[in-house]
Structures are given as structure tokens and as C-alpha cells.
Write a protein that binds this ligand. Structure first.
Ligand SMILES: [Mn+2]
Length: 357
């Protein structure tokens, strides 16, 4: 049995007994949970993964009650009753940190709120918060029957240049009454300064709370999307992020797919380096063909990445954290999301039980 643990990612509307049972049936011991409902007040299908059109997903802020200590403790106990553990919470609510990303007037208040969230998450015994330090968030991706057998999948053909409207950040609307207009474009340097402030402010709190803040790379990893700079769009930028604030609490939500979509670097070397230094909080285990700006997500066994080789690298590095499928193509049946996930989980489970002992 391999050392890594198998997890399933659940969106907020899936945080219920049926999905906990489904995760167990797929061989998961852990969950990575989303508290933000990306599609609240949106007409996008909520079972498919967020693609990110220019219009954004939905309205931010509805997750607020889920971030309180009593709510986190209840969630944790429900998940544990189902025989699972929460490995991580993935993504902050844009309503809670838009002015941290935008360097706006509510920044101080929002830092204080995120500090409280980190303390509460630590108090609830949840070890990781995954985040994506991005103004535009996920955008420029398209869906189509791109995957094997015509399965609906995600890809990218070109960079979306549509500017981000006022009142939107990270692809969600935080102010429905924002004045007309668009966000000003900023430089990469300015974005990195904002990240530095974020790390200097929150990593010490995370250290004290026993929580790791784990950074997802940009999806898609292009230098600019929607006229906003991206932070981690080449492998070396992950190193820059870690070097900005060396701490065990400054970690990576390592997305194999997004890193493989980058135009530089070698996916195997990059994984090995970070696994060996213990910097990986958890892993998005998905496959892809092509690179930015033209790539397609694939079934886990069908892309250009040798996923068994990845597992061997993780094993050799003694990685004992959690792998989740991230996204999968949707399969043609009555339960496209479930079938896609069960397929990926079965593949991962076989790697887990057959690699080493
Ligand atoms: Mn990912």
C-alpha cells in the first residue's frame, strides 16, 4: 500500500450523507471540501466544475455561516461519522477577501476576518486551507466533447481578454451594485506585493493555529487573463512564493494538471522537488494534453502525464498527504459527475494499493 491517502473533492452543495457514502465507496479516506457555493444565483450547472466565462459564476458571500467554529465542528463530526476525515477546505469566499486581492479599503477588516477563520479551522482540527491568490480567477476555459469517447471536458483555446467588471473578483460577484466600469489592470510586481502582505499577515496566524495555507497555481496558467496578472503561471513561481515566507505553514495545493499546462519546466522534477521538501499540502491529481494557451483536460489515464510515474515519485519522497481527482471529464450517463469521479478514483485506488508496500 502506498503512503499517500485518497481523497475526494466535494463542492458545497455535495456536503451531505449521500456524497460522504459515495466518497467511501470510491475508496476515499479523506475529503477536500468547498464551502463556497460558486453557483449561487447562477444558471450554470452546479455539478460540472466551474469553467469561468466572462460573466462569472455567482454571487459571493453566501458561505459566511459555514465558516463559524460551530458550523465547522458540526461538519467535521458529520464527516467523521461517515468514516472520513477533512483533509482541507478549498478556497476562501471572494466576499471575505476581495479587498486583500484588490488592495482596497476593507483590507484590514478582511485580514482580521481571515485570521479568525484560520484560528477556527485550526480549532476544528482541519489541517489545510487551499487558496488561489488571483484577481481574475478561473477564466478563458471552454467546455466541449474534448475527452476520450466525446466525454464533456474542459480546455483552453485562447486567452480571454475581457476586463473584469467592478464588483467582481475571482470570478464571483461581491457587489451587485458596483458602479459601471472595470478593474484597472495591475502589474505582476504589484500582485506579488499583495501576496507578500497576505503571507506576512496570515502565515504567523496559521503557524499558531496549526493550519497550512496551500497555494493553488493559476488555472489556466497564462501570464495575464482578463487583463489581470497571474501569480503562479510557471513552475519557478511556486518557488518564489515559498521563498517569500519560509514556513511549514506556507505550502502548496499542488495541481498536477495546472503545472503540466505551464510552458516551462518538467512536471516530474517539479513534483519531486516539492514532495521531497515537504511543501505539498495536498495534490490535485489530474491529467491533460497540451500547454497554455491550447490544452485539453483528459481522463486520468489518457493525458500526456504518466500518473503512475508521478505516484512512484511521491512514494520515493515519502509523501503521505492526500490526492484528490480535481476535475474529470463528465461521462455520458445519468450521473456524469459521479461516473467521472468514480472512474478517476478507481484508477487512483489501484495505484494506491499496488505501488510499494
Ligand atoms: Mn487544480
Amino acid at each position: 500500500m502506498a503512503k499517500f491517502k485518497l481523497g475526494l473533492g466535494l463542492y458545497s452543495h455535495m456536503l451531505n450523507e449521500d456524497h460522504y457514502r459515495f466518497a467511501r465507496q470510491c475508496g476515499a479516506s479523506h475529503l477536500v471540501i468547498h464551502l463556497v457555493d460558486y453557483f449561487a444565483d447562477s444558471d450554470q450547472a452546479s455539478d460540472s466544475q466551474p469553467v469561468g466565462g466572462s460573466g462569472g459564476w455567482g454571487v459571493a458571500g453566501k458561505s459566511t455561516p459555514r465558516w463559524t467554529l460551530p458550523a465547522l465542528l458540526k461538519l467535521k463530526s458529520d464527516v467523521e461519522e461517515a468514516g472520513l476525515k477533512i483533509a482541507a477546505i478549498e478556497n476562501f469566499d471572494p466576499a471575505h477577501w476581495y479587498d486583500i486581492l484588490l488592495d482596497g479599503p476593507q483590507k484590514e477588516r478582511q485580514f482580521a476576518f481571515l485570521e479568525q477563520i484560520i484560528r477556527d479551522v485550526g480549532q476544528a482540527g482541519i489541517p489545510v486551507i487551499g487558496y488561489n491568490f488571483s484577481i481574475a480567477g478561473v477564466a478563458s476555459r471552454t467546455t466541449g466533447p474534448f475527452a476520450r469517447g466525446g466525454a464533456m471536458g474542459v480546455g483552453m483555446d485562447a486567452v480571454d481578454e475581457t476586463p473584469v467588471p467592478n464588483g467582481m473578483v475571482w470570478n464571483m460577484v461581491w457587489d451587485r451594485n458596483a458602479p459601471e466600469g472595470v478593474l484597472p489592470s495591475i502589474s505582476h510586481e504589484t500582485l506579488w506585493q499583495r501576496l507578500q502582505t497576505f503571507l506576512e499577515r496570515l502565515i504567523p496566524v496559521a503557524e499558531e493555529a496549526g493550519v497550512r495555507l496551500a497555494a493553488h497555481p493559476d488555472d489556466p496558467p497564462a501570464p495575464f487573463i482578463r487583463q489581470q496578472p497571474r501569480l503562479v503561471y510557471q513552475p519557478g513561481m511556486y518557488d518564489k512564493l515559498l521563498d517569500l515566507y519560509p514556513s511549514d505553514a506556507n505550502a502548496l495545493e499542488f495541481c498536477i494538471g495546472s503545472v503540466a499546462e505551464m510552458t516551462e519546466g518538467d512536471i516530474y522534477e517539479t513534483i519531486e522537488r516539492h514532495a521531497k521538501t515537504g511543501k505539498i499540502g495536498y495534490i490535485h491529481f489530474r491529467n491533460v494534453t497540451g500547454k497554455v494557451p491550447q490544452y485539453k483536460e483528459t481522463f486520468v489515464d489518457d493525458g500526456s502525464i504518466d500518473m503512475a510515474r508521478v505516484v512512484d515519485i511521491l512514494e520515493a519522497a515519502d509523501f503521505d498527504g492526500v490526492l484528490v481527482p480535481d476535475h474529470t471529464p463528465l461521462m455520458s450517463c445519468d450521473a456524469p459527475w459521479h461516473a467521472g469521479m468514480a472512474y478517476a478514483m478507481g484508477y487512483m485506488r489501484s495505484l494506491q494499493v499496488t505501488r510499494h508496500d
